[in-house]
Design a protein around this ligand. Sequence first.
Ligand code: SF4
Ligand code: SF4
Length: 475
Amino acid sequence: MEYSEQEQVVEGKAQAVDLQDDYWHVNAGDEKVHASRIKGRFRTYKWLTASLWLFYFFGPYVRWDGHQAVLFDIVNRKFHIFSITLWPQDVWMLSLALIFLALTLFVTTAIAGRIFCGYFCFQTVWTDVFTFIEDKLEGPPSKRRKLDAAPWTGRKILIKIVKHTLWIVIAVLTGVTFGAYFADAHWLWVQYLTLKAPLVAWLTLLFFVVCTYVFAGFMREQVCFWLCPYARIQGVMYDPETILPTYDKKRAEPRSRLKKGQKSEDFGDCVDCNLCVAVCPTGIDLRHGQQEGCITCGLCIDACDSIMDKVNRPKGLIRYASLDEMEGKPKVKLFTRPRVIIYVSVLFVAFTGILYGLMNLGAMSVSVLHERQPLFVRLSDGSIQNKYIIKVVNKAERKLNVSIDVEGLEGMEMAGKKSLTSIPKGKVLPITVFLKVPLSTLTKSINSIFFKVSDSEDPNISSKYKSMFMGPKID
Ligand code: SF4
Ligand code: SF4
């Protein structure tokens, strides 16, 4: 059987397949991987998940309520996410969101290995797009290697110029798009095109262009190996129940190309075609066991299934399976696995926190600081006075005129109270108030009171804050 790409795919090394069980191939940068591209189920999934990144490129141009739908406006210290506006006071929600995303990664890793790397990670996706361009311009791996080794001719120069230009265009678009999440996208394009962009914008663009071009164009799988921290810690999230692309050794071995006179019953199902290695973007031979460099992309499954079809053997010689499954152990239910339970529980807590935060986002937030020294003063008329600083944050898109009311104690009066206080849009205003209560009405030394701050125009914009009124010890 002849496959144009089943020849050795790793440059610089004869792929002497070592049949020892403990063989573990790690390409630490001494080889250049030219992976073949074949059609298949997992290749289609990869394109579908990769296409989600189109939202990244189109995101900054979507408008919502008169502003950019997603804008991390660092200058004005507020983040717009569609109709939600987050202020520095809400930053705890962003922390929870990051915890949520990290735990989602942990859960998916515990269940299905580095599925994020194989299908969603920007490094993998950009590398896939860059090698797709390379494949279209230079041909399949055997032609690419020949072209690389060939002397510089007009044709070779032209091909290389077109390839690198396309790579740089993608790198520039990646960089400009990133910047467009932090400044108005249309404004930013104008600034770049008229060469008037601020220095920080140029530096950000330069950083992204260099990283995208070098990481996706040249370093490729080496970024995962050398630079990615997740690749280093993924091992601790695995257990024998984690499903990963796995070679069914019992069914496959002893492998053979079945030369003339050999009987197929004497051999396993692997026909030693090497196609699973040829398509692997990280240059792994999975027949030697699950390996550190595997990004669980499933492309070797597509490759092997296509061969099994051709030799009329059942598909799934390489398939997503756990080590326990391969050893014939009974399947454990997903939500009885301790690490899945722990990750999902913390995920749920983070999600609840985010939900709570989103449901309690208002156009105004209020905090009240009670004066500590002194806790209270006794006035000449015998009444007790406490001092408070009320901090009101105006998160609305207009000026707020707020009134302050207090309740909780009989006979309580607010000294120096203004009927309305103006708070400009986007500002925080500290308002000092004094509360006075006749001593005779106090029954305890610590009393709960409630401040209510309301906008004069829109009664829905209001906030209640629980505080304390302190008095002398009451016998
Ligand atoms: S071994 Fe298979 S699943 Fe793992 S990276 Fe290579 S092609 Fe992808
Ligand atoms: S595992 Fe499948 S693709 Fe890989 S060498 Fe054997 S038959 Fe070929």
